[in-house]
Design a protein around this ligand. Structure first.
Ligand code: PLP
Length: 360
């Protein structure tokens, strides 16, 4: 038997369950589990059963919602960008998706829907300062009253989104908070907070918090890792050492000779490259081998990366290499590579083999 390449992502459902509990304790109110982008790269099919413990789930696209509906026939599913045309609207009504409405074209689509029963639950999105989606501050009251009179609308909630939930003291955040306060005076339920807002204590009691990244055991805050909030990483990404060599002082490793060995040194080749989702970057991070952090050296290639094995005693071919997970949080790798953990977990490609660690 030859050793397998062994590039894999382990998904720990016990950690997911634990993280849901952490957020339920932190936030006094309903919890929307955000599972867009294939559950932030963790696999929608793998995590949905555990995430049923949330009060609702949210996705970005109609395709994601349709897939999700097959796993959860009865649970509330929120379409975060709403629908884009009549076909999607009809599908959404048929499959009982909650619709975000953030532009007048979506209001028109809804008003022209051929349903007379109050069947559609809508989340009216208000732009309180993010300036991405949402009706302008001067327009939303008019839209709200139109929706309140619309015959097809069964439920209305108000939604907004923080631009800098990682900066609770910031001027923009304060201004958004003031507007959110006003939005709470309309006598309808509201939803403002993402992971960063909940972790920073910005969420309002009773609101529907929309939590994505944190559920997967990852912190969006630049100065605090998930462990600081007692959150546990759901994904453990690992590969194996597929080659070991000693490279002489002055010799370069990898494409374009971007790393020159300062001394004779052991170099390990890991079966993890940018085609697996490890970013090609001018910056460098570390991997963990036998509990030791080993520096990535030279350019990341399509299928491999090289590491300095000097810190590892007697490394063997086939040795497991943690890319991120329990010993090195993905937040650390993101910081080293000047990217964000969201992009790293969403970037894992279909070549990586997934395994579910299920406590049940
Ligand atoms: C993705 C998303 C969220 C979740 O954000 P996290 O930082 O992952 O918690 C919340 N609200 C909206 C509108 C989103 O698009």
């Amino acid at each position: 038997m030859y050793p397998e390449r062994g590039t894999r992502a382990d998904i720990c459902l016990a950690h997911l369950q634990h993280n849901i509990e952490v957020f339920k304790k932190r936030h006094q109110g309903p919890l929307i589990g955000v599972v867009k982008a294939d559950a932030y790269g963790h696999g929608l099919a793998r995590v949905t059963d555990t995430l049923k413990a949330c009060d609702a789930l949210a996705v970005a696209t109609i395709e994601e919602a349709i897939q999700l509906r097959t796993y959860i026939p009865d649970k509330r599913i929120v379409l975060l960008e709403g629908v884009f045309n009549q076909t999607e609207l009809e599908l959404a009504i048929e499959q009982n998706f909650d619709l975000v409405i953030h532009q007048f074209y979506q209001l028109d689509l809804l008003m022209n829907a051929t349903v007379s029963q109050p069947t559609v639950a809508v989340w009216l999105k208000v732009d309180t300062g993010m300036h991405r989606l949402g009706f302008d501050w001067d327009d939303y009251r008019q839209v709200l009253s139109q929706l309140q009179q619309a015959k097809m609308v069964s439920e209305i909630r108000l939604m907004a989104h923080f631009a800098q939930s990682d900066q609770p003291e910031n001027q923009q955040t304060r201004q958004q908070m003031a507007r959110h306060q006003i939005l709470q005076n309309h006598g309808v339920e509201v939803s403002f907070s993402n992971t960063g807002a909940v972790l920073n204590g910005l969420s309002t009691a009773g609101e529907w918090a929309r939590v994505g990244l944190g559920l997967y055991g990852i912190s969006p805050l630049s100065d605090q890792f998930a462990a600081d909030f007692n959150l546990k990483p759901v994904m453990q990404l690992s590969a194996k050492l597929i080659a070991i060599k000693t490279v002489k002082q002055g010799e370069a490793v990898g494409y374009s000779a971007q790393f020159t060995c300062p001394r004779d040194m052991p170099v390990g080749i890991v079966g993890m490259g940018y085609a697996d989702g490890y970013p090609w970057s001018p910056d460098h991070s570390h991997v963990v081998i036998r509990g030791q952090r080993a520096a990535v050296v030279g350019r990341v290639s399509m299928d491999m990366l090289a590491v300095d094995l000097s810190v590892v005693s007697q490394p063997q071919i086939g040795e497991p290499v943690e890319i991120w997970g329990g010993r090195q949080p993905v937040e650390q790798v993101a910081a080293d590579l000047h990217t964000i953990p969201y992009a790293l977990v969403c970037g894992i490609t279909g070549r990586v083999k997934f395994h579910v660690i299920d406590p049940n």
